[in-house]
Design a protein around this ligand. Structure first.
Ligand code: ARG
Length: 717
């Protein structure tokens, strides 16, 4: 074991062979450095990552749990994407003060708006803890592994944080569980909205342009990190002051050329690059089409209700944008997995691997084992997607399902008041979160339509008994739409989960009988119990075996490719990607330029459109060609550009940094032709879409008139 782990480290250190593909660990950037310099980087190794002194890593944060952001002034000014700030902006907006629609600019710090619940974390250090973890988990698998890993993980994390609520420690698996790192962060919790363009620009192109190039979106928003007087994290207080980061990025408005060096720091969420052909087949044939069709229906319901009422719109827009983003993602992923023949490519590689394994003391039967676990799980795969995506699309179903832990505890007839409080508080917290995005009218339709869809699509033998025992028994079977509507009406009228007074009354004296008698709990628990009793185990077995096989497979691949390109899958930890500004040919005979301009944005302008409208103020600036110093040497205002960096979801908001360590843009998307990228990186097609920092500054300066922010930044001309 030990030896293999040592050679794993060696593998990480030795790569250096290729840029563009790869999400590298900052701590191990070592040998990559020479390649980075060859490609144009002018910074020292220590500028890129240094544990003892400030380096680029200190300017980069994980934003609100799922995005990336960067410090762009000595006063904690933060840049991220519009779609990353979207939830906070929508939450701060009302029909009267609609920052989402109209944009918002603070012209001094007093005007900045506390974005409650938004936190950022700064990486302090990372450390290899493989030996310590392996000593505990040994060669265990499945549930036993999870239990042991959780225990040692928690022990290491607690040792680091020592109960300090502003410290975050996290032990993570790398290389599919062949190596473990501890990451230690400092968490700042007072974050305030500084500025955002109106949604028409921040989300310009909407779902139509999403995941596509050429693009003209100004997908950025700005916040500020606040600290106590000692510059340390502090809960929100009016008296808090701007945080002074160890490092912030200067901003270059010199403009980028094709082939210029481009480096991206950020927090890529999840990739599955070592997925096997069987997994790709299951995604193409079952999982992705199921997700897409459920989301089609779910989105149609939400949009119908959002269009009727601005308040409903503001309540649901963030959730609906998140659902739509990955609805289109799965359409694109499926299309590109097919077009790029990823199954065939993986199969070829797997055959070669098996031949190599047979000669090198690795398991040559591994692919047959993969085949078997996929064969075993396939009959339940669709159900498992419908359980999470369709049943749980309904907010009431989710609240109902979350009574399960309390229900189970109550059934044991224990009397410990602390335990009871723990379960009740858990339920209250889940409900509170769900209710933030709960609209009564939408949710009634959602439950009715999702209940119908589940019945129509999940194999009949796998259905929960609520259909026969309650729904059809009470409301008949022959007019399905009416049946589901009537049933939903009855559930909403009689449950204690929706109305706060009824819910609170339940919480003061919860009982098994009350849960049993509640129609929403009855509904949700019927699905939960059916799934957990009969199918969850099968899916968990598959997950556990897949995890173990993948671990062996990746270990084998690393031995096979020793000395060559190898990087671990994304896991929501900081990574560096380096590449260059680069155009591409999406198809035979078609060339895509590497940048877009305001002229192109105006060419897409559709007055009154939800996706392509443009505020009058920008039209006026465009007509006057009033671009100031943000114009390119070619006279136009560049809006977005592309690079061949390797990023994925979670990188949103990441700084794109030039050879001198200056910010040239905010990464915000990937391109259609490479939507299979999370499963297989395609060098020819894969691009990162970036909002040009000159477009950002132009909007702050000329539209937002926020000279205060322009002055605050270190702008390099
Ligand atoms: N596809 C982008 C990403 O996942 C998000 C773009 C948000 N814009 C939109 N129209 N939904 O990073």
């Amino acid at each position: 074991m030990k030896k293999i782990l040592l050679s794993l480290c060696a593998a990480v250190m030795m790569l250096g062979a290729k840029a563009d593909e790869g999400m590298w660990l900052p701590m191990l950037i070592g040998k990559n450095y020479e390649e980075m310099v060859r490609m144009g980087l002018k910074l020292s190794k220590e500028d890129v990552y240094n544990i003892n002194h400030s380096s680029l890593k200190d300017a980069i944060v994980q934003f609100a749990g799922g995005c990336t952001a960067e410090m762009i002034s000595s006063n904690g000014l933060l840049l991220t994407n519009h779609h990353c700030g979207y939830d906070a902006i929508a939450t701060l907006s009302t029909v009267q003060n609609n920052y989402l629609d109209n944009g918002f600019w603070a012209h001094n710090m007093q005007e900045e708006l506390p974005a409650q619940g938004v936190t950022v974390i700064f990486l302090q250090r990372m450390e290899d803890v493989t030996d310590e973890v392996i000593k505990e988990v040994g060669t265990t698998k499945g549930e036993e592994y999870t239990k042991k890993f959780d225990a040692i993980r928690k022990k290491i994390e607690d040792r680091e944080t020592k109960g300090n609520k502003y410290m975050v420690a996290s032990v993570k698996e790398y290389f599919n569980g062949n190596q473990y790192f501890l990451l230690v962060y400092k968490k700042y919790v007072d974050v305030r909205l500084v500025g955002t363009p109106p949604k028409s620009l921040g989300k310009f192109g909407g779902d139509t342009d999403n995941w596509m190039w050429p693009r003209h979106t100004s997908d950025f928003s700005m916040f500020r990190v606040y600290a106590g007087a000692d510059n340390e994290p502090a809960d929100y207080a009016a008296a808090n002051v701007a945080y002074h980061p160890k490092k912030y990025l200067p901003v270059s408005i010199k403009g980028e050329q094709e082939n210029d060096y481009a480096m991206i720091y950020g927090y890529p969420g999840r990739t599955n690059r070592y997925e096997v052909s069987y997994g790709v087949n299951l995604a193409i044939n079952t999982i992705n089409p199921s997700i897409v069709s459920i989301r089609d229906t779910r989105l149609a319901i939400m949009r119908r209700h959002m269009a009727q009422d601005k308040t409903v719109y503001l309540k649901l827009t963030s959730l609906s944008a998140r659902i739509a983003n990955y609805w289109k993602y799965f359409i694109g992923q499926t299309e590109q997995l097919k077009r790029l023949k990823i199954v065939d490519k993986k199969k070829k590689q797997e055959d070669k691997y098996v031949a190599w394994a047979a000669d090198n003391n690795f398991d040559a039967g591994i692919m047959n084992k993969f085949a078997k676990i996929y064969q075993d799980v396939t009959p339940y795969a669709k159900h498992s997607v419908y359980y999470t995506e369709c049943f749980r699309a309904s907010a009431l179903a989710r609240i109902g399902a979350s009574t399960e832990p309390l229900y189970k505890w109550l059934q044991k007839k224990e009397t410990n008041a602390d335990s009871l409080k723990k379960y009740v508080d858990g339920l209250k917290e889940t409900r509170r979160t769900i209710m933030k995005e709960f609209d009564y009218g939408t949710e009634k339709d959602m439950m009715a339509e999702m209940t119908k869809m589940y019945y129509d699509e999940v194999p009949k033998v796998q259905q929960p008994d609520i259909y026969q025992k309650v729904i059809f028994a009470k409301y008949g079977k022959y007019n399905a739409d009416k049946t589901y509507m009537d049933y939903t009406e009855y559930v909403f009228k009689n449950t204690f989960l929706v109305d706060s007074n009824k819910f609170n009354a339940f919480c003061t004296a919860p009982s098994v009988e009350k849960i049993d008698k509640d129609p929403a709990c009855e509904y949700a628990l019927s699905f939960v119990h059916n799934y957990t009793k009969n199918y969850q185990g099968k899916v968990e077995t598959y997950n556990a075996e897949k995890k173990e096989l993948s671990k062996q497979y990746v270990r084998g691949l690393m031995a096979w490719k020793e000395g060559k390109l190898f990087y671990p899958d994304a896991n929501s930890t900081m990574r560096i990607s380096y590449g260059k500004v680069l155009s591409y040919d999406p198809q035979d005979g078609v060339h895509y330029n590497y940048f877009t301009t305001l002229d192109g944005l105006m060419a897409k302008y559709k007055p009154g459109s939800d996706e392509f409208d443009v505020p009058q103020q920008l039209i006026d600036l465009y007509n006057a060609k009033d671009y100031g110093r943000y114009a390119d040497a070619d006279g136009s205002l560049h809006t977005c550009f592309i690079t061949n960096n390797d990023i994925t979801g979670g990188n949103s908001g990441s700084p794109v940094i030039n050879a001198n360590g200056e910010l040239i843009g905010a990464a915000f998307d990937g391109n259609w032709e490479a939507m299979s990228g999370d499963i297989a990186f395609d060098k020819k097609y894969k691009r990162t879409i970036v909002c040009d920092v000159r477009f950002i500054l132009f909007l702050i300066d000329k539209m937002g008139h926020a000279k205060n922010l322009i002055k605050e930044m270190d702008i390099r001309e």
